[in-house]
Design a protein around this ligand. Structure first.
Ligand code: NAG
Ligand code: NAG
Ligand code: NAG
Ligand code: NAG
Ligand code: ZN
Length: 503
């Protein structure tokens, strides 16, 4: 008896194993993959079509609308239903591509802030330009505090700049010299109940405190002109009282990066590219960065028709808008061995701005890991050979390439412009409207399907297909990575780390 049911049990087990094998070892399918023709730039570019991009943009907008109940408008900010559904859309698209990619989720903690209400009064006035800094803590018990205003000496980057009277006061501090987060923490340590940072350049000031510190106090930014009369009074020994009120929270939530790597191709030599899956709270983010993340999905889909020599790794970062959280986390988690496998990283953020310019990050070898400039030249050649003009723009840490270059990985990318203003000269070069923002709906509710220029989006998607195909075929002539470069860039000072000003 025993042997017979044992045999049945073994048979059942065997069947179970057999049934699971194709799932557990999808590598069995790879012979079929390598029968495919080797990818080429022109063949991959031929698949790119504006209509497909537009269809994906419409789909993404309907996904952003899932956040309506909670936010009152469409958004794909991390933690929202719109963002969760964006991740599902990307993940499920990739996993239906015939086992071409190994797809993974990387969960990481993300600090998010929200200001429900805020108010600043200096003397008898409400400075019009007053804005809460991102990731500001609330005032005590989320209540208004009435306090004298004290002027901080120098740039407020040193504890000794904070006078005795800072205890219980609102500290008024100049911008410059160090990060807003440093000023806020020093004000807090000196006993201030709130901090106000005034601009040392023309205009209003909004930025972020960056990584939370227990010493941070409620912090506002104001313009140079709004601050000027009070600075004068305080310098003249007059007394100024103020009211600071901040009803804000800072929380940690969890979100995901999605990574897809070709099963084929040399895994020791990868070409990597990324866009961000999230938007700001204020809107649906179809140009920022629906355009980049959908382009990646489109190129990843068409790449499956071909074979590759080098591994191709796509990334969809989360938490970009909160300060490049996903890409920072990803690079931070790489072992030195894994770091060295990435030959270069290409950043694709905002590819279809309505009042676009073709912008290439000015990533030079003099200031960045060697290879960045070769990548820059690939983009330059692409625009030239398509008969288009282009401009170089600062490579200053505003998007997800930052962690890569800080850790020795050559990087670069293209964009079509955010809140920058198009010049007359750029109007001659690209058409559009001089004096307007490149993206008039940047970080706003109107970043909808109507906020993309399909001409620019299609050409930039072809450029991305070209960049992927070129390096998927060969790294010949592209500089070899060296271990010594891995730590040469990590303390480089940048004005930005993400879309918001840090200092
Ligand atoms: C990865 O994330 C996607 C999107 O949120 C989800 O649908 C999928 O189930 C996750 N997969 C794993 C293995 O966690
Ligand atoms: C590009 O960067 C280099 C420094 O690496 C600088 O000399 C050059 O002026 C920059 N070009 C533009 C157009 O910004
Ligand atoms: C490139 O810019 C020049 C002006 O600098 C302009 O005359 C030309 O038409 C532009 N080319 C294209 C393709 O827009
Ligand atoms: C997109 O840009 C091109 C080139 O400047 C222009 O001809 C076209 O009208 C624009 N399309 C839209 C929808 O604005
Ligand atoms: Zn972006």
């Amino acid at each position: 008896m025993a042997p017979s049911w044992l045999a049945v049990a073994l048979m059942l087990l065997g069947e179970t194993f057999a049934a699971q094998l194709p799932l557990a070892q999808p590598a069995q399918k790879s012979p079929a993959i390598s029968d495919k023709e080797l990818v080429s730039s022109s063949s991959l570019q031929d698949h790119i079509d504006a209509d497909n991009l537009l269809e994906r943009a419409k789909k993404l907008y309907s996904i952003a609308e899932l956040s309506f109940d909670e936010y009152g408008h469409p958004t794909r900010v991390i933690g929202s239903k719109g963002h969760l559904a964006t991740l599902d859309y990307i993940y499920s698209t990739l996993t239906t591509l015939d086992d071409y990619y190994t797809v993974s989720n990387q969960t990481f903690p993300a600090v998010v802030g929200n200001v429900d209400e805020s108010r600043l009064v200096l003397g008898q006035e409400v400075p019009k330009s007053a804005r809460p800094m991102s990731l500001t803590p609330p005032t005590k018990n989320k209540q208004p505090v009435y306090a004298p205003v004290v002027l901080v000496s120098n740039l407020g980057c040193d504890a000794s700049d904070y006078p005795q009277g800072t205890t219980g006061a609102i500290a008024l501090i100049s911008r410059g010299g160090c990060a807003f987060g440093t000023k806020s923490a020093l004000a807090g340590e000196a006993g201030a109940v709130a901090a106000v940072v005034y601009n040392n350049e023309k205009g209003s000031l909004s930025g972020t405190l960056g990584t939370p510190s227990p010493h941070h106090v409620a912090t506002f930014g104001i313009s140079d002109t709004d601050a000027a009369p009070y600075i004068e009074k305080l310098k003249g020994g007059e007394k100024v009282d103020g009211i600071a009120y901040m009803d804000a929270v800072v929380n940690t939530i969890y979100t995901d990066n999605i990574i897809a790597q070709t099963k084929q191709g040399d895994p020791e030599n990868c070409v990597m590219l990324g866009g961000h899956s999230d938007s700001v709270t204020e809107g649906p983010g179809i140009n920022d960065d629906g355009s980049g993340s959908l382009t990646l999905l489109e190129v990843a889909t068409h790449l499956t028709k071909y074979s590759v020599n080098n591994c191709v790794r796509f990334a969809w970062w989360a938490g970009e808008e909160e300060g490049l959280l996903g890409s920072d986390y990803y690079v931070d988690q790489l072992t030195p061995e894994e770091n060295m496998k990435i030959r270069l990283f290409m950043d694709y953020d905002m590819l279809a701005s309505p009042n676009f310019a073709y912008q290439v990050y000015n990533a030079t070898n003099a200031e960045n890991p060697v290879g960045s400039e070769e990548l820059r030249e690939l983009y330059v050649d692409f625009y030239k050979s398509n008969g288009e003009n282009f401009t170089f723009i600062p490579f200053d840490g505003r998007s997800d390439y930052d962690a890569f270059i800080r850790n020795g990985i050559p990087g670069g990318g293209i964009a079509t412009g955010a809140e920058g203003v198009k010049t007359e000269e750029e109007k001659e070069m690209f058409g559009g409207v001089a004096g307007d923002w490149f993206d008039p709906c940047y970080h706003q509710i109107c970043d909808t399907v109507a906020n993309v220029n399909l001409t620019a989006w299609e050409l930039n998607t072809k450029l991305i297909a070209h960049s992927v195909a070129t390096y998927a075929v060969s790294f010949e002539g592209f500089p070899i990575r060296t271990e010594s470069a891995m730590h040469s860039f990590d303390d480089k000072e940048r004005k930005y780390h993400g879309p918001k000003l840090l200092q």
